[in-house]
Design a protein around this ligand. Sequence first.
Ligand SMILES: NC(=O)C1=CN([C@@H]2O[C@H](COP(=O)(O)OP(=O)(O)OC[C@H]3O[C@@H](n4cnc5c(N)ncnc54)[C@H](OP(=O)(O)O)[C@@H]3O)[C@@H](O)[C@H]2O)[C@@H](O)CC1
Ligand SMILES: Nc1ncnc2c1ncn2[C@@H]1O[C@H](COP(=O)(O)OP(=O)(O)O)[C@@H](O)[C@H]1O
Ligand SMILES: [K+]
Length: 504
Amino acid sequence: MKILSANAIRKVDAYTIEHEPVSDYGLMQRAAGALTEWLLERIPSGTHVVVLAGSGNNGGDALVAARLLMLSGFSVSTYCCHHQVTVSPTCIIAKDALLAIPDADCKEVAGRDFFPRIESTDWVIDGLFGSGLNRPLQGLAVDCVQLVNRSGATVVAIDVPSGLPTDGDFVVDPELCIHATYTLTFQLPKLSFLFAEHELLTGEWSVLDIGLNRNAIENAETSFHMITHDDAAALLHQRAKFAHKGHFGHALMIGGSRGKIGAVVLASRACLHSGVGLLSVHLPQGGELVLHTAVPEAMVEADQNEKYVTHVEISGKHNAVGIGCGLGTHPQTAKALEDILTRAICPMVIDADALNLIATHPELKSLLSANTIVTPHPVEFDRLAGKSSSGAERLENARQWAVDHQCVVVLKGAYTAVINALGEVWFNSTGNPGMATAGSGDVLTGILLALLAQDYDPFDAARLGVYLHGLAGDLASNATSQEFLTAGVLIDFLGSAFKKMQKE
Ligand SMILES: NC(=O)C1=CN([C@@H]2O[C@H](COP(=O)(O)OP(=O)(O)OC[C@H]3O[C@@H](n4cnc5c(N)ncnc54)[C@H](OP(=O)(O)O)[C@@H]3O)[C@@H](O)[C@H]2O)[C@@H](O)CC1
Ligand SMILES: Nc1ncnc2c1ncn2[C@@H]1O[C@H](COP(=O)(O)OP(=O)(O)O)[C@@H](O)[C@H]1O
Ligand SMILES: [K+]
């Protein structure tokens, strides 16, 4: 699923009006119709609805919705906040249609004195600004937004919360933006919804299909996509009837240090449960018995050092190498990492402490082979690439990092971004806050290592891997709860996640 910029959506909108039997007002009616249908399923009967309409088409959508809600029997008070001299022609048509209803309550907000009174039991429909917003809010619009935010009412934002830039192209002061309870966006998700700092502004968001032209969406250019179930399922390899374990690769997992052997245990278990043929684990000698006991399917290559990794024999027998889980950052481990990066010729996934070591030894970056997968969480990424002041800035830095180092960057979070060496971004659509628990990143490393060993292209492995990881988390939290979820439980649900991906 594509994520388009406000500008690209405007073009799709115009193409739809030009090539389909629908006018701009017709499209607005469709948008407001979808919105009203959603509202009618949820607003308690008898609720007083306050509709706020701006001067653009977002305001037009709000005015059509006001009319439809009135016709459905709701008590609706509408306020037009004309922040501009020119009002969109479609917005004027929508207003005239509203005023044609007997008892239509539609007031002009000429100043603060004209503001509505909003009760906490009201529902507010926010149609002040949509995808046309191109600068931070000022003046009366700010007062209006603050009135809504302090009211305690349920707020439904049309398309985007007013004040939030659709493409995240400027940093928003939360005081200058509607804090929506729900955001109902049209046709496609918007980039700015995917940044953590905007959760307070969008609330729970969903996409309403308003039938924009499919070809126009197909042909629209963008670097941003969302991984859907079908996208991920299409990447999954089929297993041949006569396949044997030699077909599914021999992976080498390197990790662990004293006190952090569990990380490599989790990653190894996840790797074996993601279809790898053979797994060897290199860890400090002190962890050998633990690994043999916890993961009897794995072969163990113990380091000569008791507490941390100091030297790894890299041979041609491994099809993929994973390194970093619980590794620690001892100077001798840094030396071992340098040696591995110099000698390994197979695909690699690099996580956690191996990334921290690269951050403190930046000369190691030049040793990364093309298409290596790196899996930083935001703090690890900032250590690698420098601090970012917003989600949008971090995403841009991660795209640049992927291009500069010709790597696949998996920037982890609620909407994990998988970025290839061309700077193309695919956001994950699975997963839940139950996964914010120790070791869930180690599970992802194990999955990715298994897919690399099975000869998946690294970008495909990363997209399929993050989707499966999040899906396992969703299945686990549905069957138990987000609180109950641990990394171990996540692994237990990997089987069901794979099953959901297979063709019936
Ligand atoms: N495409 C679709 O799929 C469909 C879209 N539809 C709807 O249309 C909405 C987009 O409508 P829109 O283009 O008229 O823009 P909107 O957000 O109402 O803003 C109006 C104007 O405000 C101005 N302005 C900007 N920032 C400002 C600021 N800080 N303070 C003051 N003024 C500011 C700026 O004009 P400027 O001042 O730059 O000349 C801008 O043009 C979209 O979100 C959706 O709800 C549906 O109806 C049908 C299907
Ligand atoms: N709120 C969330 N929603 C979806 N996925 C999440 C959420 N929080 C964490 N995750 C996922 O859990 C994993 C956590 O990884 P990481 O931070 O490396 O954990 P650890 O270091 O404990 O293994 C990532 O894959 C991340 O995408
Ligand atoms: K809005």
